[in-house]
Ligand binder design. Structure first.
Ligand SMILES: C[S@@+](CC[C@H](N)C(=O)[O-])C[C@H]1O[C@@H](n2cnc3c(N)ncnc32)[C@H](O)[C@@H]1O
Length: 439
């Protein structure tokens, strides 16, 4: 393997891949998403690796950072995403250039008028809350819920493209006026010492978001390198199930960030969005997403007697690390090392599936940039970046390098948990860019 050690201070030419910079950037700022990367990171990658219009693939597209930047730069963008809310957000962004910003502004004004008139007339909402969406404490106060339902009534009157952005504006603001927050992951405001929300300006929050979208759409339409282009695609399915449908060797650049080996639970953390936007009606509706998720989740893998690394992954170091995790804390039952080793084995098996799929899609000489965080399981350091590179190497790739733009990482729900109990022993958390070249 030719990879540089992840600890080496090789930052390559990449800027910090953290998503935080996207919070200020037009269109990207519409919705937050966990563990994405910044648009600058994608811009750097596109400028460096694609001199002419090409095909850009993100197999784990999230809310579409890669796809949007690829589209802006005049490339064809293809993404896979299993989370229906994230896929919806990515699609809405990619389609936004088709919309006249004035239509959004007119709708925002009509919405405010509708809400004001509803307040004056005491109109009862026709919409109803998602029946199976249960939370420990009421998600919305009665006053807020009434306003939210009236907003849904209004959205019913809108034409599809405008309605889609209204729904996204609601999704982006919905936790703000709820009794929950994302500090650090979805939980009650009361449990982090914040007051319950008795009432709030729901109409103002949604209308402000829609107006921000109108401004951004105007900018997006101006800024697209190829205004004729309209082929950005988000496929709402697992990359593992869908990649074979892409033409072989048809992709010029792959930029992605798969779920990290930190058990961040995309399903649980998007429950409010999935239910309120109607992407699921019962808990069973999204259960299958857990199995589709890259590496599945520890909560699923821990109950298996033993999940082993695929024998096709011929790497003694990975095997030794998993054995070490498996030996830790046997007295803790499913919470001990075996459960975590099962989860990690599933994860690295999926790394092999990913490398196989990527190798099929990429043309010879094309680059794959994979942003991935390391991990510490039961006190055992897991250099996920080096392991991914080692898995990719015999599957059609040369490892061009491992760059570490950011050496400490915080903000993941796992940091607080017992998985990190061995942090001191395990070393620092970092994020790395694994650069692979298709042979
Ligand atoms: C780290 S996030 C990507 C964030 C993205 N870079 C962005 O900027 O929004 C990983 C994403 O992979 C998705 N995912 C997990 N397993 C997948 C699979 N098998 N196929 C496609 N997407 C998957 C998750 O739902 C999640 O949105």
């Amino acid at each position: 393997m030719t990879a540089a050690g992840a600890g080496a201070a090789d930052r390559g030419a990449f800027r910090d891949p953290a998503f935080t910079a996207n919070r200020e950037a037009p269109v990207h700022r519409w919705v937050p998403w966990i563990a994405g990367f910044s648009r600058q990171f994608v811009q750097d990658a596109l400028a460096r690796h694609l001199q002419a219009p090409g095909v850009v693939l993100d197999p784990f597209a999230g809310v579409g950072t890669t796809l949007l930047e690829a589209d802006l730069a005049g490339h064809a963008a293809i993404g896979f995403e299993i989370n229906p809310y994230a896929a919806f957000a990515a699609r809405a962004k990619l389609a936004a250039h088709r919309l006249e910003p004035a239509r959004l502004r007119t709708a925002a004004a009509a919405f405010e008028a509708f809400m004001a008139e509803s307040r004056r007339s005491g109109r009862a909402p026709s919409a109803s809350p998602p029946a199976a969406f249960r939370t420990r404490a009421p998600f919305y106060s009665p006053a807020v819920e009434r306003k939210v339902l009236l907003a849904f009534d209004f959205m019913e009157t809108l034409e599809a493209p405008v309605a889609a952005l209204f729904r996204l504006a609601f999704a982006a603001t919905m936790v703000g006026y709820s009794n929950y927050s994302y500090e650090p992951s979805l939980g009650r405001k009361a449990s982090v010492g914040r007051p319950e929300v008795e009432d709030d300006d729901v109409a103002g929050a949604i209308a402000a978001k829609v107006r921000q979208m109108a401004d951004d759409v105007a900018w997006y339409r101006e800024d697209r390198a190829n205004p004729e282009r309209d082929d950005g695609r988000v496929l709402e399915e697992s990359f593992f199930d869908g990649y074979a449908a892409l033409d072989e060797a048809s992709v010029d650049l792959l930029i992605t960030s798969p779920p990290y080996l930190n058990n961040y639970h995309y399903n649980r953390n998007t429950r409010p969005h999935l239910y309120w936007l109607g992407f699921c009606a019962t808990p069973g509706d999204t259960k299958h997403l857990e199995e589709l998720n890259f590496g599945t989740y520890w909560q699923n893998a821990r109950y298996e007697a033993r999940i082993d690394l695929d024998p096709a992954i011929d790497d003694a170091e990975i095997r030794a690390a998993l054995d070490e995790v498996r030996r830790r804390n046997p007295d803790k039952g499913v919470y001990g090392g075996n459960g975590w080793a099962n989860y990690a084995a599933r994860y690295f098996n999926d790394c092999a599936r990913f490398a196989g799929g990527a190798a099929r899609c990429l043309r010879p000489g094309a680059t794959a940039l994979v942003v991935i965080g390391n991990s510490i399981l039961q006190g055992v350091p897991i250099p996920t970046d080096r392991f991914l590179a080692a898995i990719a190497a015999p599957r059609g790739f040369a490892v061009a390098g491992i760059h570490v733009p950011r050496e400490t990482r915080v903000g993941s729900s796992i940091v607080e948990s017992s998985v990190r109990a061995g942090k001191a022993a395990g070393g620092a958390l970092y994020e790395a860019v694994v650069e692979l070249r298709r042979l």
